[in-house]
Design a protein around this ligand. Structure first.
Ligand code: SF4
Length: 384
């Protein structure tokens, strides 16, 4: 059964405060960093954005690392990209850009900074390198992988193309550079429906190959007349949610609005109030300000959206991404201090991967894809 954390409990500093497992207290002392007057002056303004998840007693353990990272960023001419699934301390206190992986990589490509520190997982750092080949891209932990990206290789895509000649390959951005390089066009969870329809129109076909997320493919297939061929990759965070979990949330939190990510199984989408990308979920909360909301996605995202929506009560379904959680304040500090671990992408491979990303960016902007919960996955969907 899924663990639920009600963020409203944190506001009352109840004994359950530390039930939030999204945070592991940093060992500031191990780095010889102290909470002194200077650190307090440099970080006090940042505390307001994380006070809903970090107690005043805990803050002196975070602040010295946050101050040290923010100083190192200036020394190294670096920016930190903070994905929506980073813990609130990283997202709010050291991140220069915040959002989804593609949005972050695009922002980083525009700045003059020489160094990019990826607050996210390895495929995201590769995308940053592909879009910023002249910058040094660092990933704070070599353990920050991804079950979805690991589900498929470039060789797999070559075999699929040989089996379905003449059909375009649309690849979700949550893939390695090697897989993107074998693809015709990339997509995100926000634009997947629009990309599938646009590429089918351009190629004059009625079927496309959409890789590698089985559930995203099924959810897209339910919303379009274009036939979908897909792969059995899954996000180990989103695949855990079930329709029973949603029923349980509705029973224990009447009136809560449930927003799901399209990497969730279709039966979860069918019983949720709204389905969209991380950006679309965040926009929904900003726009509608529901009294009580549940984000069916990685646990930390609720903490981060809550920072901008203090009057909304967030019930957190606590599924953590073990890969994202490899990125800690300490790991970021060490990455900047020692300029480690640099991510490189072989230039010829990067050029081919960039072509697939650029093909997506060249499409006219479309509103975030709407996943109508009433629509069902067609029998024609083919899983390889
Ligand atoms: S949340 Fe899922 S898709 Fe994102 S990095 Fe973790 S395993 Fe991969």
């Amino acid at each position: 059964m899924m663990a639920l954390i009600d963020l409203t409990r944190g506001k009352t500093a109840s004994p359950e405060w530390n039930a939030s497992v999204t945070h592991v207290m940093p060992k500031t002392g191990a780095h010889g960093l102290l909470y002194d007057e200077q650190v307090k002056a440099e970080t006090d303004h940042l505390y307001a954005r994380v006070r809903h998840v970090i107690t005043p007693l805990e803050w002196p353990a975070y602040a010295p690392l946050i101050a040290a990272i923010n100083r190192l960023k200036v020394e190294r001419d670096a920016v930190i990209l903070a994905h929506n699934y980073m813990t609130a301390d990283i997202f709010n206190c050291v991140g220069d850009f915040r959002g989804d992986s593609l949005g972050l990589a695009r922002e980083a490509a525009k700045v003059s900074a020489k160094v990019i520190v990826q607050g996210g997982v390895h495929f995201m750092a590769e995308t940053s390198k592909i879009l910023s080949p002249d910058k040094t891209v660092l990933i704070p932990s070599l353990q920050a992988g991804c079950s979805l990206a690991a589900s498929i290789t470039g060789a797999d895509v070559r075999l699929i193309k040989a089996r379905y000649p003449g059909l375009p390959v649309v690849t979700y951005v949550n893939t390695t550079a090697e897989v993107k390089a074998e693809s015709d066009i990339c997509c995100t969870s926000a634009n997947a429906i629009a990309v599938v329809e646009a590429v089918a129109r351009d190629w004059g076909v009625d079927r496309v190959i959409l890789l590698p997320d089985e559930f995203l493919a099924k959810n897209v297939a339910a919303q379009t007349k274009i036939g979908i061929i897909s792969w059995h990759g899954k996000c180990e965070v989103h695949e855990q949610f079930t329709a029973d979990d949603i029923a349980e949330i509705r029973a224990s939190h009447p009136g809560a609005i449930i927003l799901a990510h399209p990497e969730c199984p279709p039966d979860v989408v069918a019983v949720s109030d709204y389905t969209g990308s991380t950006g679309a979920m965040s926009d929904y909360v900003q726009r509608h300000k529901p009294a009580k909301v549940v984000l069916i996605t990685e646990c930390s995202m609720s903490d981060n959206v809550a920072a901008d929506n203090p009057d909304v009560d967030f019930i957190k379904p606590c599924n953590l991404c073990p890969h994202m959680k490899q990125i800690t304040l300490e790991a970021i500090y060490d990455a900047l201090l020692h300029m480690r671990h640099e991510v490189t992408v072989e230039p010829e491979l990067a050029a081919r991967a960039k072509k697939a990303v650029d093909a997506m960016l060249a499409l006219p902007p479309a509103p975030a894809g709407r996943f109508d919960p009433a629509r069902r996955v067609p029998d024609t969907l083919e899983l390889i």
